[in-house]
Design a protein around this ligand. Structure first.
Ligand code: NDP
Length: 234
């Protein structure tokens, strides 16, 4: 029987690359996204990760239509950048709710079936800024480093049930999220990346594919950078 993988925000960017990789690796993939519509012939379910009721409803639907989810990739994320002095409550709350609380709630809902099956893979998509910090991203960096604490704690809670929990920390990846950065900001980021280039979404997806595989069964609580060397030593 195929593993069922649920990828939040799998309709574009890194999430779409992950969904395509996991499908190519032989998993049954369901993309969880706000529109409930995914490209490339992928199966999709409507889910707003900022809404706990929507998370529960989406899992219930996936379980009814496909079966129990055994791989969760918490990828959905947003930025609302700005200096903290000028950051609104809304921008603080939205970023923490979507990037951090969403991933925690998805894991909580998904664990029911994983614990029963004594098997599962949970993968959080964090960021290099979790370790480095980033001026103008206090909300985002807090959420992304929160994923590390959450992931490691959960890894300790569920390790004895055969469930692994890992955190992937990408550097700068060419997606819609980074397309809007100003040119001088892009240039200064690139100058700090030893490999001298951005990552492609599929490079992040390759790492996630491995972490989701049976071969990665002894890796848990790990925070794995994929950042061209940008964050090395942190
Ligand atoms: P994109 O902006 O290209 O895509 C973000 C995805 O998240 C979209 O599919 C979006 O759906 C989804 N999403 C946002 N909010 C919600 C929500 N409330 N409910 C469900 N889905 C939601 O981003 P990337 O592909 O670049 O980023 C993917 C992840 O990787 C994010 O967590 C990001 O923080 C992280 N990351 C990205 C880096 C980069 O350089 N790009 C670097 C490090 C980490 P919709 O289409 O509905 O908006």
């Amino acid at each position: 029987m195929k593993d069922i993988a649920l990828v939040t925000g799998g309709n574009r960017g890194i999430g779409l690359a992950i969904a395509l990789r996991l499908r190519a690796a032989g998993h049954e993939v369901v993309v969880a996204c706000r529109s409930g519509q995914a490209p490339e012939g992928l199966a999709a379910v409507a889910m707003d990760v900022a809404d706990p009721a929507s998370i529960d409803a989406a899992f219930t639907k996936v379980e009814a239509d496909f079966g129990s989810v055994s791989i969760i990739v918490a990828n959905a994320g947003i930025t609302r950048d700005g200096l903290l002095m000028r950051m609104s409550d809304q921008d603080i709350d939205d970023v923490l709710t979507t990037n951090l609380a969403g991933a925690i709630r998805i894991s909580r809902r998904g664990l029911r079936a994983m614990i029963k099956a004594r098997d599962g893979r949970i993968i959080f998509i964090s960021s290099v800024v979790a370790m480095l910090g980033s001026a103008g991203q206090v909300n985002y960096a807090a959420a992304k480093s929160g994923l590390i604490g959450a992931g490691r704690s959960l890894a300790r809670e569920v390790g004895s049930r055969g469930i692994t929990v890992n955190v992937v920390a990408p550097g700068f990846v060419e997606t819609d999220m980074t397309a809007d950065l100003e040119e001088d900001r892009k240039a200064s980021i690139l100058s700090a990346v030893p490999l001298g280039r951005y990552a492609q979404p599929d490079e992040v997806a390759a790492l996630v594919e491995f972490l989701a595989s049976k071969d990665a069964g002894y890796i848990t609580g790990a925070v794995i950078p994929i950042d061209g060397g940008l964050g090395m030593g942190h």
